[in-house]
Design a protein around this ligand. Structure first.
Ligand code: CMX
Length: 470
């Protein structure tokens, strides 16, 4: 099929964005469950991918240079990720929608303003904006699926408080693998066409169970194992509300913050470490628990998700070094940033492998702070850093992107509401990241994505290649 003909065929399919958004509000779609809707969408997407491969299969997506091979594979277009695409200047779009679009379009809690992560999960999986009713059905389903086995509770309780919360998180998720529907079905022997359904069931279970897992780790490590009080999982409450209650927080503004936080940290296309690790491990048909746990281990690195813990730690240290004064001058801040760089450390929360502008995930958190905590002293410092760090990094001359990323802002919001334990921050990032990487994993299995196995070369191979020996 010619390329123009393919394009016209594709625009006639149900996958055009215009038709997708109409479908989202059709009476049929509004009464459908997520799984029912996916059951309709899977064959359509399979057909679309087949057409794309037929039409463009032998076309190059780009060039791979020696620098790219040595340079962390930056810029190599070598994988497919359906949920989101990252533009270096504009930032993330979830299924074509920017963060402000999502804030405008996705259903909120009855008295809330921020999008519900349940709705974002639906959007990531289907490309469609769910109705409030559909969103509520996900809240209910996650609450109903949230119970964890007692041996996993015991395992978490047996961890010393000195074991980093991310290590405990990863450990617990590996243990939850005990009940993987995908692993059990694979052992029984199931046709490939059914893989996605088991990946979906595991993913729904896993997202749901992250609430009791994360909150148990938090209460153990920081509150002496004393559980939060009250009804922790309310079947009528949304996911963020249940997470807040289980952690021991009741301020409605904190719940709103969690809704925003869980929505914006969910997905950042496929090449970042946590997303790529989950996808890679899943390509060996490891089940969603094993795959996600691999992703979390990558998220726990200081150049990736752990940066959000590092940022607050660095800001608090800076404040102490500057005598905990209410107001510090720009010159003092600038000098502190330079001292960090001169000691060979990175300025956490600044720079990005793809972005070349301020991260819109930073901007929306800044808007939240301006609205809800404009006088918080640490927020003032974060704002001051925003006016100083980009110039310093530019003068320093190394980083390709002197602008702040998502991690430069999240900690200051969490500490404002009393979640001051920085070592826990990456666990929250991980809870959110599950939404993006697991929705993609469902599509990986639906589209029959094969074992991932790029070719590697030795330095000798490369030298030989250009010396004409290969
Ligand atoms: N402070 C100081 N130096 C920085 C820097 C920063 N914030 N960001 C980049 N650089 C340096 C790099 O260390 C590198 O130095 P060398 O050449 O000596 O190795 C040089 O600038 C070029 O790096 P780059 O191409 O601009 O950035 P990379 O794609 O290699 O790395 C990132 C991206 C995010 C790891 C890097 O900017 C960084 O370390 N930032 C601080 C940590 C951070 O905020 N991470 C969170 C990212 C978001 C997330 O994944 O959660």
């Amino acid at each position: 099929m010619s390329i123009p003909r393919l394009a016209s065929t594709l625009t006639k399919t149900k996958w055009s964005p215009q038709l997708s958004s109409r479908l989202a509000y059709s009476s049929k779609a509004s009464t459908q469950s997520l799984k029912e809707r996916l059951t309709e969408l899977v064959p359509e997407k399979q057909a679309e991918v087949k057409e794309v491969k037929k039409a463009y299969g032998d076309k190059p997506l780009g060039q791979v240079t020696v620098d790219m091979a040595y340079g962390g594979m930056r810029g190599i277009k070598g994988m497919v990720w359906e949920g989101s695409v990252l533009d270096p200047l504009e930032g993330i779009r979830f299924r074509g929608k920017t963060i402000p679009d999502c804030q405008k379009l996705l259903p909120t809690a009855p008295n809330g303003e921020e999008p519900l992560p349940e709705a974002l999960f639906w959007l990531l999986l289907t490309g469609e904006v769910p109705t409030p009713e559909q969103t509520k059905s996900i809240s209910e389903e996650w609450a109903a699926r949230s119970k964890i086995p007692s041996f996993v509770e015991n395992l978490i309780d047996a961890c010393p408080a000195t074991l980093h919360p991310m290590s405990q998180f990863s450990l617990a998720i590996n243990a939850l693998q005990h009940d993987s529907a995908f692993a059990q079905a694979y052992q029984r022997g199931i046709p490939k066409a059914q893989y996605w359904e088991y990946a979906y069931e595991d993913s729904m279970d896993l997202v749901a169970k992250l609430v009791p897992v994360a909150s148990r780790i938090y209460r153990n490590v920081f509150h002496g194992g004393k559980a939060a009080t009250g009804q922790l999982i309310d079947p009528a409450a949304d996911y963020s509300q249940n997470l807040a209650t289980s952690l021991g927080f009741s301020d409605p503004k904190f719940v709103e913050l969690l809704r925003l936080y869980l929505t914006i940290h969910s997905d950042h296309e496929g090449g970042n470490v946590s997303a790529h690790a989950t996808h890679l491990v899943g390509s060996a048909l490891s089940d969603p628990y094993l795959s996600f746990s691999a992703g979390l281990n990558g998220l726990a690195g200081p150049l990736h998700g752990l940066a959000n813990q590092e940022v607050l730690r660095w800001i608090v240290k800076m404040r102490e070094a500057l005598g905990n004064a209410q107001d510090v001058s720009d010159d003092q801040v600038r000098e502190y940033v330079w001292s960090t760089l001169k000691s060979g450390q990175v300025v956490p929360g600044y720079g990005h492998a793809v972005l070349r502008k301020t991260d819109p995930r930073y901007s929306c958190q800044r808007e939240f702070a301006l609205k809800h905590l404009p006088s918080d002293p640490l927020f003032k410092l974060v704002s001051q850093l925003y006016t100083i760090v980009p110039d310093v990094l530019t003068e320093h001359g190394k980083t390709k992107n002197p602008w702040p990323n998502v991690d430069a802002h999240s900690g200051v919001l969490l500490q404002h509401f009393g979640l001051v334990e920085q070592d826990f921050y990456t666990v929250l990032f991980g809870v959110s990241r599950s939404l993006g990487v697991l929705s993609q994993l469902v599509w990986d299995r639906a589209l029959g994505m094969p074992l991932e196995r790029p070719k590697s070369l030795s330095t000798q191979n490369i030298k030989d290649m250009f010396a004409g020996k290969q």
